[in-house]
Design a protein around this ligand. Structure first.
Ligand code: SF4
Length: 413
């Protein structure tokens, strides 16, 4: 079923500020602009809108850099000023991505804003029905929650948010069929759902509540709505607007380029660049050793980060004593889908997955070595420097230690 053509009536300003992409919010934003005399000049350069532009920059940076999407934490939307900032920061960020005329950036931004909405909706039992009615043709709440939901803070992970207690929902089969191919995981495959009389019941699971499932489905439709609208607006960007937004567009483009070159550098890593911990786990699995869960998860997340094909990653586990093609494929797919960050050296050592002792490996001995990805970067850099003509090598630092590798962050602990 398509998205409903007539969305439900909504008048709550706090909801508009929280979900500024809603079709019902468009008129509210126009009214606010009129009430506060906010025109394009004010939005792009005026002092009154400076805070909105700052918040927009954060939204855009999060879009490129954060796996979880745009941070949920924003201004205080229970004040008129806070609502203005939230609404116009979304509006300004959309102008910037439209002015970039880069469809990849638009898609990424839409994805990040939709991921933010998903996080909010999991905890928002009040607005979830309205958004469901806006984006899904057939969605019905069967029962109210029987217990309390997870109390979220800014450090609560998505996995934690999806646990707990929630209402019980069912959605129409045609909506489910249209949305689910975009979501990976067995849970979303038709043979695995409770289907009756054209309705799919989204059962509460210990790790995934019914409301969280509905929010996940909504995320796909919200993303599509945000993206479509931005693509339409992109066609309306004038040369003058593009020139005036050149600076923020440049900042976001640079961020994207840095992210891409980082990923490409890692993706290009050869087997000989892989750290000893990764090589040891692969060798042990090949020899039928029962590698512990931590080591297995590390290997899969490294393979995902290095963009190795999923089949190659499954192949690493083929020699494991408990290998099952379907289970391993499912688990590997899960790791690839959720972009797990590989564990750092500290945790690998504690879990007996680091094979080196002091003096065994010069790179691992470096004081800055706290993450296997740093090992790869250092090895690649060292290779690059030593493969240059002797004359230019003399002008470069003699060892990869320090500099860029030392500054890169670690996800350990
Ligand atoms: S020190 Fe770190 S990079 Fe080196 S083998 Fe141990 S865990 Fe891997």
């Amino acid at each position: 079923m398509p998205v409903p053509t007539i969305p439900p009536v909504l008048t709550d300003e706090v909801t508009f500020a929280r979900y500024p992409f809603l079709p019902q919010a468009a008129q509210w934003i126009r009214d606010m602009a009129q009430r506060h005399s906010i025109d394009l000049n004010e939005l792009l350069d005026g002092p009154w809108m400076e805070k909105a532009r700052q918040r927009a920059r954060i939204r855009l940076i999060d879009s490129v850099q954060s796996k979880e999407g745009v941070q949920v934490v924003g201004g205080d939307i229970h004040t008129e000023e806070g609502r203005l900032i939230e609404a116009f920061s979304f509006y300004y960020a959309r102008l910037v991505v439209c002015a970039s005329e880069d469809e990849r950036l638009i898609a990424r931004w839409a994805q990040a804003e939709a991921a933010r909405a998903e996080q909010l909706l999991i905890q928002d039992e009040v607005n979830l029905p309205v958004l469901a009615e806006t984006y899904i043709s057939e969605a019905v709440r069967i029962s109210q929650p029987t217990g309390s939901a997870v109390l979220a803070s800014s450090s609560t992970s998505m996995r934690q948010l999806r646990q707990g207690n929630s209402s019980l929902w069912k959605i129409g089969l045609s909506d489910f069929i249209e949305i689910c191919p975009k979501i990976t995981g067995d849970r979303w495959r038709l043979p695995n759902v409770d289907l009756k009389d054209g309705w799919v019941t989204l059962h509460n699971e210990r790790q995934y509540t019914s409301s969280a499932k509905l929010a996940r489905l909504l995320r796909e439709r919200i993303k599509r709505g945000i993206e479509q609208e931005a693509l339409e607006k992109m066609a309306e960007v004038t040369t003058d607007l593009a020139v005036r937004l050149a600076e923020p567009v440049g900042i976001v483009r640079n961020l994207m380029a840095n992210k891409a070159s980082e990923a490409i550098a890692l993706v290009g890593a050869e087997e000989s660049d892989w750290p000893p911990c990764m090589q040891k786990i692969i060798a042990e699995l090949t020899n039928g050793v029962n590698v512990n869960h931590f080591g297995r998860l590390f290997l899969a997340s490294m393979a995902a980060t290095l963009a190795l094909p999923q089949e190659a990653c499954v192949g690493f586990f083929r020699g494991a004593p408990d290998f099952s093609e379907s289970t391993t494929s499912y688990q590997v797919e899960h790791v690839y889908q959720h972009e797990y960050t590989p564990a750092g050296c500290g945790k690998l050592k504690i879990n007996h997955n680091c094979p080196v002792l002091p003096g065994d490996n010069r790179t691992c001995d470096q004081p800055w070595m706290d993450h296997p990805l740093k090992y790869i970067r250092a090895t690649q850099r060292w290779k690059r420097l030593t493969s240059k003509p002797a004359e230019s090598v003399e002008k470069e630092p003699a060892q990869p230690e320090g500099s860029a590798e030392q500054k890169s962050s670690s996800d350990d602990d």
